[in-house]
Design a protein around this ligand. Sequence first.
Ligand code: SAH
Length: 221
Amino acid sequence: MELSYWQSKWRKGHIGFHMKNGHPGLAKYWDSVSFDSNPVALVPLCGKSKDLLFLSDHCEKVIGVEISEIAIQEFLSENNFTSKKKTFADFTIYQTKNIEIWQGDFFKLPSHKISSPGLIYDRAALVALPPKMREVYAEKIIELASPHTKIFLQIFEYPQHEMNGPPFSVSVKEVEKFFGKKFSIQILEKNHQDFKNFKNRGLHSYFIEILSLLLPEEGWI
Ligand code: SAH
């Protein structure tokens, strides 16, 4: 998926992935994930997600990364935030409250400038990417993680031959392949979802959402 693909989606307002009230799984599982202290949360491919607000209330700091400036401007204006702007390398960084949104290509994020996250929150990020890019994404996530990082991950499983992504179908097996050496994967829930919006793209069998928590294996570094 080219960056221009996403920028054009935002320009045209074709953002079916955006959830008006955020993802309910975040609040539902928050208390069962134990953190040593208030974590720094990293949100790759954050869009204008309302989940950033929940995380801002529950974390020391939230760092979102998003290519579309429109998404960030909409996030700020829809939530009545004013922001300060600075730049670093290829990124423009928007700061408001304890939220920092780095506007630029996630794959170029300078990991040495990012505080070690206690949580990486992936909602509709891994599944936004085609197979080859998912591999590179997983490597980048591992580069940004540390032995205390927990990853909240949402994936979708459906017959890929029936419909083209995004969202792409990503199996638990693929998640194992990417993260299994460093994380143990705990499935939180599997939900058969209504997929009427995908029917005109060819999907006719099933569409399952899987929420999982990836917990760091002892001493993986
Ligand atoms: N997590 C968000 C958005 C998911 S859709 C939510 O829950 O609503 C994927 C988002 O990733 C889009 O907003 C797209 O603009 C952004 N994106 C795609 N590739 C990117 C990249 N390489 N770097 C930064 N953002 C990217």
